[in-house]
Design a protein around this ligand. Structure first.
Ligand code: PRX
Length: 629
């Protein structure tokens, strides 16, 4: 499974294209199967359906936990670094993690949760979050983790969409010097979620919470009564493992569904290879488990490889901007995986926070979630990696389940800001607007993938048509990523950013339509249009053009009201950075907003607005420009 040099990479890549079934079957056979598979792949991108290892049975936790009990039971599996730097870090060995997962599996079973049931998890970054995820997987329940920064409204939308019957949360959360309510937010969400029968609450902050009789239970009490023996449920490889909601160009976030077998094989394979993980290495992924990066490279990928995974509860700037570097020293981290936003933000605090920090344990650095600019790449390389650590700029998506285009650490020759080459099993193709393949090198186009890999999205929960239209209809026969991409003279890939109406704010994916809907909920707002604009730290910021019913009496106050509305409807991460009040929006005669113009104005490029002759009222543009100045 492990690629050791460039030649092996090329060989593996060729084999994966020429004989994909043989390639993936060999890798899949390295895992424990309850019933071996005989069929490897069945697929169609035309009438979308993909099945990997379909008649095999397995359980991902048997592979991520039980398998290691024979070899490394007393090695650390997870190291929890609490929010407060002075608090004791907690290490869970594979034996301990296994026992806690089994216990909590039994807690869920005692509440009547069975295979196929949906469970919503809304928790801060504490070990119990990973335990809850793994316990669902063990009994075959489908977890739907909702990032702890989302609002009550977002939680209830997600719970209702997938009809979760149980919710797991905490009393509160601590992040930096803030205490954040969790149970209270869940209570607000559940007012409109009749499907939820049970809520399990883990204590974290000792925040007083209301516990509803007959519905709410304390994690600690239930865990105490549960046995730590739990046989993993035999899952068909194509049974759903989890749902993770993500934003698109239109409508509400959709529930991306990943299944058990393919996801296991692909996350394990990519983790081992891209990071070149060696036994005993300490791996620190700074992502929250509420996002796909946390699912695949904090929980599943590392544990499937018997790795030591660091789980950090806090934020990079608490108590100061040296916190990541202190954690690296404290836990002797060898592989560090973070987002460009974090790098740029820490860079902005100045190098004084690096003085005296011992980063000598580091061997590999990773980047994920958004394009990394050359300046940030170089700072990361020089100041953190001391010029000695390969940087893997990993391009992938919630829908891809695992890393897709990425260097293999220490093996693929690097170029700053390039995701470099596709991993084995990944067949990228660039197309023009009409879907025609753009061949050769030194070209730009829309990035598609033409062949399935094991952890490709299987469906969008409850709405397979939406999955087909979103990903497989723009360019028939291809999976469309939504990203623009260049392939340089050497055949290296560089992702240039989304080409659809999806923004990437600090590495978080947010749809323009979602933010517009939230703004429009504010009383007095008639219409709004939202675009992304370049932001030094966040990569992209949110720019909102808003039409109000009457001229506002106090613009500043109305702006704050709108921000509060967006935070309540979606969550603080979706709050616009700029709100400009306007009297009209640039629309075509058919009523379509010309976002191209709004994007240019947001970027401050007033001189190059292009053709505005198709606008219903071209004078709108002048007034918008005036307002932006
Ligand atoms: O635009 C690409 C960007 O993030 C999008 C996927 O977002 P999400 O599903 O939230 O997953 C993020 C973590 C995998 C992509 O469509 N993106 C992700 N990684 C990179 C990137 N853009 C440039 N370079 C990357 N390495």
């Amino acid at each position: 499974m492990r690629i050791k040099n460039l030649q092996e990479y090329h060989e593996a890549y060729s084999l994966s294209v020429e004989k994909p079934e043989q390639f993936w079957a060999d890798i899949a056979n390295e895992f424990d199967w309850i019933k071996p598979f005989t069929k490897v792949l069945d697929w169609s991108f035309d009438d979308y359906s993909v099945k990997w290892f379909e008649d095999g049975q397995m359980n991902i936790t048997a592979n991520a936990l039980d398998r290691h009990l024979k070899t490394i039971p007393d090695q650390a599996a997870m190291v929890y670094e609490p929010n407060e730097p002075g608090d004791e870090a907690i290490t869970l060995t594979y034996r301990q993690l296994h026992a806690r997962v089994c216990k909590f599996s039994n807690v869920l079973k005692a509440q009547g949760v069975t295979k196929g049931d949906r469970v919503c998890i809304y928790m801060p970054m504490i070990p119990e979050l990973a335990i809850a995820v793994l316990a669902c997987a063990r009994i075959g329940a489908i977890h739907s983790v909702v990032f702890g920064g989302f609002s009550a409204q977002s939680i209830s939308d997600r719970i209702n969409d997938s009809q979760c019957k149980l919710v797991i949360t905490t009393d509160g959360a601590v992040r930096g010097n803030k205490t954040i309510p969790m149970k209270e937010t869940v209570d607000d969400a559940l007012v409109s979620c009749p499907c939820v029968e049970t809520v399990i609450v883990k204590t974290r902050t000792q925040t007083p919470v209301s516990m509803v009789k007959g519905r709410d239970l304390w994690w600690e009490e239930e865990e105490m009564q549960a046995s730590d023996v739990c046989t993993p449920e035999a899952m068909n490889a194509e049974d759903p493992l989890f749902i993770l909601y993500t934003s698109g160009s239109t409508g509400k976030p959709k529930g991306v569904v990943h299944t058990c077998g393919g996801y296991m094989v692909y996350t394990a394979y990519t983790f081992a290879n891209v990071f070149q993980y060696n036994p005993g290495d300490v791996f620190f992924c700074t992502a929250d488990i509420g996002w796909i990066t946390g699912h695949s490279y904090l929980v599943y990928g590392p544990l499937l490889n018997g790795a030591i995974s660091v789980l950090f509860e806090g934020i990079p700037t608490y108590p100061d901007a040296g916190r990541f570097w202190d954690i690296i020293k404290r836990h002797q981290v060898n592989i560090f995986y973070t987002a460009p936003t974090a790098i740029r933000s820490l860079m902005g605090f100045g190098d004084e926070f690096l003085v005296g920090k011992d980063l000598s344990s580091l061997r590999v650095l990773g980047s994920v979630g958004e394009p990394i600019n050359v300046e940030a790449w170089q700072w990361y390389d020089e100041k953190i990696g001391k010029g000695n650590c390969p940087i893997v700029d990993t391009w992938w998506q919630t829908e891809t389940g695992g890393l897709m285009i990425s260097p293999i650490a220490g093996i693929t020759p690097l170029k700053p800001a390039f995701a470099t080459l596709p991993l084995p099993g990944v067949q990228p193709i660039l197309v023009d607007e009409n879907g025609k393949e753009i061949e050769g090198n030194g070209v730009n186009g829309n990035l598609c993938i033409k062949y399935p890999w094991p952890s490709i999205i299987r469906t969008t929960y409850g709405d397979h048509e939406r999955c087909k239209t979103t990903y497989f209809s723009t360019y028939p026969g291809l999976y469309f990523t939504g990203d623009g991409c260049m392939r340089d003279e050497d055949g290296y890939y560089r992702i240039t950013g989304r080409v659809d109406d999806v923004m990437n704010i600090s590495g978080h994916r947010i749809g323009t339509a979602e933010v517009e809907n939230a703004i429009n909920m504010h009383t007095g707002v008639i219409e709004s249009a939202v675009v992304g604009f370049p932001h030094d730290v966040k990569g992209q910021g949110i720019y909102a053009y808003v039409i109000c019913e009457h001229p506002t009496i106090n613009d500043e106050l109305t702006r704050k009201d709108i921000l509060a509305t967006v935070a309540r409807v979606i969550g603080p991460i979706a709050k616009p950075d700029k709100i400009q009040f306007v009297t009209g929006l640039p629309k075509t005669r058919s009523g379509k907003i010309m976002r191209r113009i709004l994007r240019k104005v947001a970027e401050g490029e007033f001189g190059s607005l292009g053709d505005t002759s198709t606008l219903l009222d071209p004078s709108v543009v002048d007034s918008i420009i005036k307002g932006a100045l």
